[in-house]
Design a protein around this ligand. Structure first.
Ligand code: DC
Length: 215
């Protein structure tokens, strides 16, 4: 069983994906981390994330073993990721890895959950369950501000909101694999839901799909 979770930055995709993976013995791939790793690599090379040649080189030679490095969560990594993600050669270089992960999840997992922007539309168009997780930009900025403040960063919500709106625009407006809802995705607007409510709803949806596919 493959679960595809898409949606804009800060809507709660990662939290949900991790919890579903744990509950149903699925392998989890945070595909944003792939783009973040490419972005960080380009920054480390001293190049511009918007430069197609540098970004494509970084994507093709990426070390896929350090996707949980805390460095990838930094703000500049997210910003660089959003820029490299708009480059078609970068997306092409990362596609096989993502598809392979979904089809052959590491043992002993019996399926996979991937979260990102184009999982239900491009990476896994045949996923058994597709969720589109969204929330208002203001609420996403509020959550992100709290998260950053808890980590000890001195941030203001208006600035975080401006970053989120900029990222949304870039993710939606790029020509290759933009953030888009698959026609058969189920939308969960989490603006007024906490993480437990989102998880409970997704568990019900997962079980019902699993039963359907077992028939
Ligand atoms: O989900 P995130 O913030 O970690 O993603 C970082 C950036 O990577 C985001 O701006 C969009 C991009 N991304 C993408 O284009 N496609 C994906 N499947 C995942 C992330």
């Amino acid at each position: 069983m493959i679960v595809a979770i898409d949606g804009p930055a800060g809507a709660g995709k990662g939290t949900l994906a991790r919890r579903l993976a744990q509950r149903f013995n699925l392998a989890y791939l945070d595909t944003g981390a792939l783009y973040r790793a490419v972005g960080v690599r380009v920054l480390e090379m001293g190049a511009e994330p918007s430069d197609p040649a540098s970004a494509a080189h970084a994507a093709r030679t990426l070390d896929l073993t350090s996707l949980d490095s805390p460095r990838l969560r930094d703000e500049d990594a997210g910003e660089a990721a959003s820029q490299v993600a708009a480059i078609p050669e970068v997306r092409a270089a990362l596609l096989d890895f993502q598809r392979d992960f979904a089809k052959n999840p590491p043992s002993p997992c019996t399926g996979a959950v991937l979260d990102g922007r184009d999982i239900g539309t491009v990476v896994c168009p045949h996923a058994e369950l597709k969720l589109y997780i969204t929330a208002s930009a203001e609420e996403r900025a509020r959550r992100r501000t709290l998260e950053l403040q808890e980590k000890g960063f001195d941030v203001i919500q208006e600035r975080v909101l401006a970053d989120i709106l900029g990222r949304d625009e870039r993710d939606r407006d790029r020509s290759t694999a933009p953030l888009a809802m698959a026609g058969d995705a189920i939308v969960l607007d989490t603006t007024e839901m906490d993480a437990d409510m989102v998880f409970d709803r997704a568990v019900v949806l997962f079980r019902s799909r699993a039963e359907q596919f077992a028939e």
